[in-house]
Design a protein around this ligand. Structure first.
Ligand code: ADP
Length: 786
């Protein structure tokens, strides 16, 4: 090999290396390990819009089919390099490059790749199905020995675009068709030979078919024919001054400067100065190819998938170019798409603009006025709210507004302090929630929630007191007013609660009451002691006087002198009587003290109470008679056994009878009756005496009370008799009541429960130790009576 031959060989290998590295993996499904390996054999180089769009379409169909794929693109670059030698060298290169590669499918774009695969696929990629697209001038015979081929034909809508162009440009006489001399270009020229005679014959059109783009150099000549000449750009981006491929930028300048309308058949040429036409879309074309490839990848035999021969196309136009050549959009075919439509603008009459300006200004003024008024109103509202808040906060009473569900909506400082709610967000919480959070007054609150419920139901104001107690703290008392706030339908919407701490007031009232009681008691005691000392002193004075008299008799005793035996008897009797009085007073005092201190014990035995009462009544009958009174005893039952202390019953009876004698004038009558009420026995001691005024009746059983308190009263007494009687009756489980009126006599009615001590004999009253047979007892109990 000579030096020149070596250089050529070196260049050839460098060239092959360039081609090799020009092919690369352009897409890989990143998420998953690819399952289907696909090779796209692209007739051209990268950045050819048509074939790039086709690849986009293929990808979108494959993605939609959910097939996991690994896509490789091999660029044949036949726009730059062509000829048999080149194709052969590609074959050599692919043979070494894909020696070990196995693809699940190959997709070819455009004629060069299709033709290459028809020739070499069996050798390079044996048994690999091929899906072709972008193939012009397809004939079924092309697939005679290629059963693994299917695909979609690229039918260039030349005829449709020519018809459209002639329709839009009625004066057309010349049509310049730009078509390259590439393989595709040559095939296009063949197709044109079939189409053009029709137009020559029917429309008398003069066609110029040229490889070079004439629109720059021949501009002046073209301008002369601009009214009757149009162009159809099919392929060949070459200019007539340069044999290189025209770039998009160059194309833009040339086409934009063109004095005649240029029609095209592919959408990728739009927006570069052409009018438009019936356009093929690379993306839609690729989508069809991708769809066919996905079917092949799913295992369908290519021979059973028919070749798609009708490629989709659409009327698409550039508005700017339509305007440039005064073509109305109304004359375009139905369903045409117009790009770059201008944004519509309207001319509005000046008066109308002024009208709206004034209207807007007026409305704005109103709005501003309104806003400022509202602002003022709001400020006034805030001020008034502040005032109100200050007012309720300075109010010493507790104020709380609750909603219909008992949740706190508003409150004041006094309430917050009373319930110790400082650290708590009280708004929207119920009493229970609040006080549980704070752990105070929980018991009280639960109790008083019932009052809330009642208040909600009412339409009137309710008032009551509520008491709150915290551990180790004094009870607090609130006077509470609950006022339901009702809506027009009389439903309670909320509840206003106002509480006033009246703990101090109540305590003061209680203290006052206690003080009054104490004063009254002290008065009573003072009275009692004054009375008692009078009671004690009187008999003592009488005794002392009588004793003096008896001593006098003794001192002056003279055998010869007669002294009056009667006088002696009289004075000793006076001394005795008054000694009894003293004994009685002392007895009563002792008993009362015993009862008060709980040491008084009954000696209960089973007695016939009728016999006991009758015996007592008989015993005192003669005594009463000496006072000019008669005693009548009557009973509706002969025998009634009850458990009682006969000595105490005696004390009760003698006390009441002595009072009856004391307060009944001579000639009166004392009736003693026993009534059997089955489970109770009733004893009535009724006199016809002075009676007791109604207003005094309630207090006569109280200790130290006498109706006539004057020391100069007619009747003697200590004011403890009835109090003692009541206590003694009650010790028996009975009651005592008085029926009387001033000057209507008095009737003391005792009721004793009928109760028998089991397994105990009935005791006879006459067998009772100290029973009334001893006259001394009567003397003692009746010692008040003179
Ligand atoms: P006293 O020892 O003064 O009689 P009592 O407690 O027995 O005390 O009686 C209290 C007062 O009740 C008497 O002072 C008298 O005013 C009135 N009283 C009691 N019994 C009668 C009665 N039978 N008739 C009228 N007044 C009576």
């Amino acid at each position: 090999m000579n030096f020149r031959g070596k250089i050529i060989k070196l260049f050839f290998f460098i060239f092959l290396a360039c081609i090799f590295f020009n092919s690369h993996v352009v897409f890989a499904n990143t998420n998953e390990k690819p399952e289907k390996k696909i090779l796209i054999l692209n007739s051209y180089h990268k950045d050819v819009k048509w074939s790039d769009d086709i690849i986009d379409g293929i990808k979108s169909s494959l993605k939609a089919s959910d097939i996991k794929f690994d896509l490789h693109v091999e660029y044949m670059d036949t726009k730059n390099f062509y000829g048999e030698t080149y194709i052969k060298s590609l074959y050599e290169m692919y043979k070494s490059k894909y020696k070990t590669s196995k693809f699940d499918s190959i997709i070819s774009t455009d004629n060069a790749a299709f033709d290459f695969l028809r020739e070499y696929s069996k050798d390079l990629f044996p048994n690999t199905p091929v899906v072709f697209c972008g193939v012009n001038y397809f004939k079924d015979s092309m697939l005679q020995n290629n059963s693994l081929f299917t695909g979609v034909v690229e039918n260039i809508p030349i005829k449709e675009t020519l018809d459209l162009a002639l329709n839009l440009n009625k004066n057309t006489k010349n049509i310049i068709i730009i078509v390259s001399n590439s393989d595709t270009g040559k095939a296009t020229r063949n197709a044109l030979n079939d189409i053009l005679p029709y137009y020559v014959k029917n429309f008398n059109i003069n066609f110029t078919i040229t490889e070079k783009f004439p629109l720059v150099t021949d501009n002046e000549e073209l301008e002369q024919h601009s009214k009757d000449t149009i162009a159809l750009l099919l392929s060949g981006y070459t200019t007539n001054y340069q044999d290189n491929i025209m770039t998009e930028k160059d194309g833009d300048i040339i086409l934009n400067d063109s004095p005649i309308p240029v029609y095209v058949c592919w959408d990728f040429l739009l927006n570069h100065g052409v009018i438009g036409g019936k356009l093929l879309s690379g993306k839609s074309h690729g989508e069809v190819a991708g769809l066919l490839a996905s079917r092949v990848l799913m295992g369908i035999q290519p021979s059973s998938i028919p070749v798609v021969k009708n490629s989709e196309s659409q009327y698409i136009f550039d508005y700017k170019q339509l305007a440039k050549y005064s073509i109305k959009s109304t004359s375009l075919p139905n369903n045409s798409v117009i790009n770059n439509l201008p944004i519509k603008s309207y001319t509005i009459p000046t008066q109308l603009i002024w009208f709206f300006v004034i209207l807007i200004i007026t409305l704005l003024s109103f709005l501003i006025l309104n806003i400022s008024e509202r602002r003022e109103a709001k400020a006034a509202l805030i001020e008034s709210e502040d005032r109100l808040r200050t007012l309720i906060n300075t109010f010493p009473a507790l104020i709380c507004l609750k909603d219909s569900k008992g949740r706190w909506v508003e409150t004041n400082k006094a309430a917050i302090e009373f319930f110790n709610l400082h650290p708590i967000l009280w708004k929207g919480k119920t009493d229970k929630e609040l006080l549980e959070l704070n752990n105070v007054y929980i018991d009280g609150i639960l109790k008083y929630q019932n009052f809330d419920n009642l208040a909600y139901k009412k339409t009137k104001v309710t008032k009551h007191t509520e008491m709150f107690k915290k551990d180790n703290e004094e009870e607090k008392i609130l006077e509470i007013i609950k006022m339901p706030i009702i809506d027009s339908k009389n439903n309670s919407k909320s509840l206003l609660v106002i509480g006033q701490d009246i703990t101090g007031l109540v305590k003061a009232q209680e203290n006052k009451r206690l003080l009054n009681e104490l004063v009254a008691y002290e008065n009573l005691r003072t009275e009692f002691f004054a009375n008692l000392s009078h009671e004690l002193r009187t008999p003592l004075n009488v005794i002392l006087s009588a004793l003096q008299y008896v001593e006098l008799i003794h001192e002056n005793y003279d055998e010869h002198q007669h002294y009056s035996l009667d006088s002696y008897k009289k004075y000793t009797s006076i001394m005795k009587q008054n000694s009894y009085r003293l004994v009685r007073i002392v007895n009563n005092l002792i008993d009362i003290t015993k009862i008060d201190s709980g040491y008084f014990e009954l000696n209960l035995e089973n007695y016939n109470i009728v016999e006991v009462i009758e015996e007592i009544s008989l015993s005192v009958a003669s005594y009463a008679e000496t006072n000019g009174l008669s005693i009548l005893f009557d009973t509706d039952v002969e025998e009634k056994i009850i458990a009682c202390d006969a000595n105490i019953i005696e004390r009760i009876m003698l006390n009441l009878i002595s009072n009856a004698i004391k307060f009944t004038d001579s000639g009166g009558q004392i009736s003693i009756n026993v009534y059997d009420l089955s489970d109770a026995i009733q004893i009535s001691i009724k006199d016809t005496g002075i009676g007791i005024a109604e207003d005094k009746q309630a207090s006569i059983f109280e200790r130290f009370v006498q109706v006539d308190k004057s020391l100069s009263r007619n009747r003697e007494g200590s004011g403890i008799g009835l109090s003692l009687v009541k206590s003694l009756v009650e010790l028996h489980g009975g009651t005592i009541e008085l029926v009387s009126g001033l000057n209507k006599g008095s009737n003391f009615i005792i009721s004793l429960p009928v109760y028998v001590i089991p397994n105990k004999d009935i005791k006879l009253y006459s067998d009772t130790v100290n029973h009334l047979s001893s006259e001394e007892k009567i003397n003692i109990e009746f010692s008040d009576i003179y």
